[in-house]
Structures are given as C-alpha cells and as structure tokens.
Design a binder for this molecule. Structure first.
Ligand code: B12
Ligand code: SF4
Length: 516
C-alpha cells in the first residue's frame, strides 16, 4: 500500500523545520508499504491539487496531523480526500483533545475514517495493517492489555534516516540569497533545522498548555547514546553534502531533569557530536552555571524561554509561578556571557494585563541582552485547564475558535482590557521589537561578539519578524533588506575588509601563477 502523510500549512512559514511526527511515523511503517510525505508549508497545495496527487500516486491511505490552529484546513483537505474515496486517519494534539469533532460525533460533519489518540508510535503499525486489510477501526488508542493508557518508553528509539529523506524543500536559506552562497562554495547555500526529541513529557501543568495532558507528567527519555548517534549521523551527512545542519531539541523542557541533561551534554561533547542547537528550557532551570557552560560547549546557541509575563500575579493565575520575573535579567546575562541568546516568549491578554502591557514589557526586554522576543495572545486550547475555567465562567467568546481560525485574535475576554486592546498591544510589541532601529541597536549591543554570531543574529531577527508580519515573497525580503540596510552594510563591509586582510596576495602581480 502507498501511504501519504500530510501536514497542512500554517499560513505563516514556508519551510521552517520538518514536522517530526511525519518522519517518525514513516520510519515506524512496516517496510512492505511505501510512505510519501507532504508538508503543506513547504509544498502548498489546495484541495483539488492534493486529490489529483493522491490519485496519480495511487495512494491507499492518507494520514493527516495538525495542531489546533491548522485543524480547519486539515478538515477541508480530509473532506476532499474522502470524497475521492481514499480513507483518512487523523492524529496529533487536536484530534486527541476533541476526538468527537473529527468523527462527526458532536453533531457536525465527519472528517476522518479513523483517529489516532495520543502518542501513535505503537498504534501506527496497527493502523497501517488494518487499513491494508480494509478493516480500519474508528478509534486507535495506546492501551495496554488491561485497557490502561500506555506511553511509549522511547527506549529503544527508531533511527530516523535523515540522510535519505528529501529535505530540499526545508532549506532555510532564503531563495534570493542562495545563488550568492552557492557561488562562493561557502556551504551555506543549504541550511536545515532538524527536529530531534531527547525526551517527552512535562510535569509543570501550566494552565494554558496541552503538553502535560497529552504526554503525561511522567517524563521519558531516549538513551544518551541514541541521541548522540543521531547527531553524529546528521553531522556527517551535512559534511558530505556541504550543507549546514542545525538542531531543534523539541523537548518541552530540555533541562527538566538537570542531572540527565548534563550527562547528555557531556556525552555530546565527548563524542564530538556538536551541532548548533536550540532548545526550550524554563527560566527556573537556567540558574545552574555548570549547565550553562555545558550548553555552550555542546553547541547550544538559542534557548527558547516561555517567560509569558513580567507580572507575578499573571504568572500565578496560569499556574506558572515557578517563573520569577525578577531573575529574568540574570538568567539572560548568564547565557549571553557564553554567547547564547534567548527566544523570549510573552503572552498578552492575561487576566491582570492592562493597556500599556507592551510598553512595560518592552522596557524590560530592551534592558536585557538582545534576543528574539515573540508575543502572542492567551489562547484557550481545548482540553486545557484554562479552557475549562473560561468555559465555566462563560468567558469564551468563540468557544470553537479553531473552526473559524484567525491569527492573533482572542477567543475570550480578559478581565482588565478588551480583546481589541490586547490585540493592539501585541501589534505594538512586534512593531517596536523588529523595527529597523531596534534591529540595528541589537547588533550594536553585540558588536564585540564574533562576526558569525552577529550574522546569525541579524538573519534570525529578519526571519522571526515574519511570524507576525508575513514576508513570504521575494519582494517582501528585498524590502526588508532595504529597510535594514545599515546593519547589513556594516556586516558586509567588515566581511570584505577581513577577506582582503587574509588574502592580501590575490590582488598582487607577484602571485606565482601555476605553470609559470
Ligand atoms: C516543535 C513545535 C513547534 C514548532 C513547529 C514546527 C515544526 N516543524 O515542528 C514551532 C516552534 C514553530 C511551533 C510553533 C507553535 N506551536 Co508548537 N510545538 C512544538 C512541540 C514542542 C513539538 C512538536 C513535536 O514534534 N512533538 C513530538 C512529536 C513526536 O509529537 P506529536 O507531534 O504530538 O506527534 C505524535 C502524536 O501526536 C501522533 N501524531 C501526530 N500527528 C499524527 C498524524 C497521524 C495521521 C497519526 C496517526 C498520528 C499523529 O503521533 C506522533 C508520535 O507519537 C509541541 C509540543 C510537543 N511536545 O509535542 C508544541 C505544540 C505542538 N505547539 C503548540 C502551539 C500552540 C504552537 C503555536 C501556536 C504557539 C504560538 N502561540 O505561537 C505555534 C504555531 C506555529 C504555527 N504557526 O504553525 C501546541 C499545540 C496545541 C494544540 N492543541 O494545537 C503544542 C502541543 C505545545 C503546547 N504548549 O501545548 N511549535
Ligand atoms: S513548562 Fe512549558 S511545556 Fe511544561 S506545562 Fe508549562 S508551558 Fe507546558
């Protein structure tokens, strides 16, 4: 049987990073079946185009995975595929949280023949076998013999053959710059961010988060050896193909068990398996100096920190008072001292937020080492404690907001401001944080750092801006380059001067010419 795994596009990014679930399930598919992958972000298709592809390839089963924000698009695609007579199985966080919706058991239309609840590592081979026999069941749940939920242990963990996957569509180097980098054989014409999980689960239970409910509060880790081997394989394949590989450890809290994280980082260093990496770590776990030293030595470059708010009352409201705003600055300075910068994530529209929250937050952000701040609105995802609290209090204005998805639009009313005011605060925060003036200032603040760091910092700033201000075309990128010409010009000038210094003889007539 030929199987297609499909991830709908998010309408924001083209090709940021492959979605791990597709590559993992492909690896877990019994060898007698062929699996094709389409990520709608990298390869956009409308319903008709996707159906034509499925018919042309003679696909016998389509698997669709989606987060809540992409679910409406996923349903539209699933409807078109089922209308063409091909069975659809859906999985991922949203269908796990609202299973009746996909199956049409809540009074709405049915979108899927079958759904996979929770982690599907062990159920997927069963789904494939049932589909091949034409005996798909409606619901697949990861249960043990006693009918109790069973979480995959992650030991052993499958070897994802990244080197054999076609990753061209996920090249992060903007198309407009590729010819320059390819021409000068720099190895930067092709840049990939690869998702790796080293563990699953987070016990913290923040009120708005789906992770504790989905993966459970029991944390499971892969063996250090299995993670190190995956890094070594990636490193050698990047070397062979003269491309750049970076890693995103997608664990929800990469240092949740500090002792284990330190031991993994030590093993990465000992095996010389370092690649530039990014991970999510909560601020309270970044107090440990030795951990930060190991992060730096093992290739850590960016740490995503869910700061959420600079207001302790807000943090207590959403069960995240392990975050201490008073220590944010020291955490970020500790990282910056080692050349590591932070993606700091903030949520506006929390119950203690009032008009002016953007200014107050930015005043703090601008006093810290430069990083990549991102701003969102508090979103009640289904099956979270937050959703239940707001539902009970009759505060949800769009209780099925995902069926009518609109980016940066609230689905409930905060207590001390209107949804429109909260949305304006988010707009203000993005506009000021990624203005050409702020970008130039950020580069000035790290003027003493190596040039490579500054180039990466600027590129990251220009890219991150796109989360709020979509910039998908060539024109948008050229405009952005023009607006930010000052720091770009400074970096190019510095680069040319250095190049001239290290290759002084090339312009001289005294250079010995081979053969003379
Ligand atoms: C990596 C990641 C991202 C990446 C996504 C890009 C990428 N290419 O991966 C980035 C950093 C960009 C991102 C952004 C966002 N993310 Co995110 N992200 C994650 C994260 C940390 C890891 C995802 C992952 O790979 N997990 C590991 C794999 C193995 O698990 P999985 O995807 O769940 O897949 C398993 C099962 O679900 C199932 N499965 C999944 N799909 C399918 C399909 C089929 C057919 C089958 C059978 C089974 C199946 O099988 C898999 C193996 O067991 C998750 C949290 C988490 N731990 O999962 C949040 C998570 C998915 N993100 C979340 C959110 C909310 C967001 C944002 C909206 C945040 C924001 N406010 O801006 C944005 C939206 C981005 C966008 N515009 O699309 C939520 C989604 C909640 C929900 N119900 O939708 C999560 C769960 C985190 C949370 N705090 O609750 N995210
Ligand atoms: S620490 Fe992060 S992953 Fe864990 S529950 Fe809180 S928001 Fe979710």
């Amino acid at each position: 049987m030929k199987i297609l795994l499909y991830n709908p596009d998010n309408g924001v990014t083209h090709n940021f990073m492959p979605h791990l679930w597709m590559f993992l399930l492909k690896t877990l598919t019994p060898a007698e079946h062929e699996v094709l992958l389409i990520d709608g972000n990298a390869r956009p298709m409308n319903e008709a185009q996707l159906v034509r592809f499925i018919q042309k390839e003679n696909i016998g089963l389509v698997g669709i995975g989606a987060m809540t924000r992409m679910i409406a698009r996923a349903y539209r695609m699933a409807d078109a595929i089922r209308a063409a007579g091909v069975p659809v199985v859906m999985g991922g966080p949203h269908v796990t949280e609202v299973p009746d919706e996909a199956l049409g058991r809540n009074g709405g239309p049915r979108h899927a023949d079958a759904i996979a609840l929770g982690e599907a590592d062990e159920t997927w081979p069963r789904i494939v076998a049932d589909a091949a026999r034409g005996e798909l069941k409606e619901v697949y749940a990861p249960l043990d013999e006693q009918g109790k939920e069973r979480k995959p242990s992650l030991q052993p963990y499958p070897e994802i053959p990244w080197d054999k996957m076609d990753l061209r569509q996920f090249n992060l180097m903007p198309k407009v710059f590729r010819p320059i980098f390819e021409r000068y054989h720099s190895g930067w014409g092709s840049v990939h961010m690869i998702p790796i999980e080293s563990g699953r689960g987070c016990p913290y239970g923040c009120e708005f988060c789906t992770v504790t409910g989905f993966f459970g509060d029991s944390i499971r880790f892969r063996s250090n050896e299995s993670v190190v081997n995956e890094l070594l394989r990636l490193k050698s394949s990047a070397r062979n193909s003269r491309s750049q590989a970076m890693v995103f450890f997608i664990d929800d809290n990469f240092a949740i068990n500090i002792k284990r994280t330190k031991s993994l980082l030590r093993d990465i260093i000992a095996a010389d398996a370092q690649l530039p990496w990014t991970a999510q770590i909560s601020a309270n776990l970044l107090r440990d100096e030795e951990l930060i030293d190991l992060i730096a030595a093992s290739g850590g470059k960016w740490i995503f920190i869910g700061m959420e708010s600079i207001d302790a009352a807000n943090l207590a409201d959403v069960n995240k008072n392990f975050n201490k705003p008073a220590e944010y600055a020291s955490v970020l300075n500790r990282l910056a001292d080692r050349g590591i910068y932070a993606i700091t994530s903030f949520i506006f529209g929390l119950d203690n937020d009032t008009v002016g929250v953007a200014d107050r937050t930015l005043q703090q952000v601008e006093s810290w080492p430069p990083g990549l701040p991102i701003f969102g609105l508090l979103t009640p995802f289904p099956a979270t404690p937050l959703y239940d609290r707001l539902l009970k209090a009759h505060r949800l204005t769009r209780p099925t907001h995902w069926l009518d998805f609109a980016p940066f639009k609230m689905a409930h009313t905060p207590l001390k401001m209107t949804p429109t005011e909260a949305q304006e605060e988010v707009h203000k925060a993005w506009t000021r944080s990624y203005s050409p003036e702020r970008n130039a200032r950020a580069l000035e603040l790290i003027a003493d750092k190596p040039m490579y760091h500054r180039i990466m910092h600027l590129l990251s700033r220009l890219t991150f801006r796109g989360i709020y201000f979509p910039q998908m075309g060539k024109r948008a990128w050229l405009r952005l380059v023009y607006d930010n010409r000052r720091p770009i010009y400074d970096l190019v000038r510095e680069g040319v001067n250095r190049w001239r210094k290290v290759t002084p003889a090339t312009n001289s007539t005294t250079v010995p010419i081979p053969g003379n």
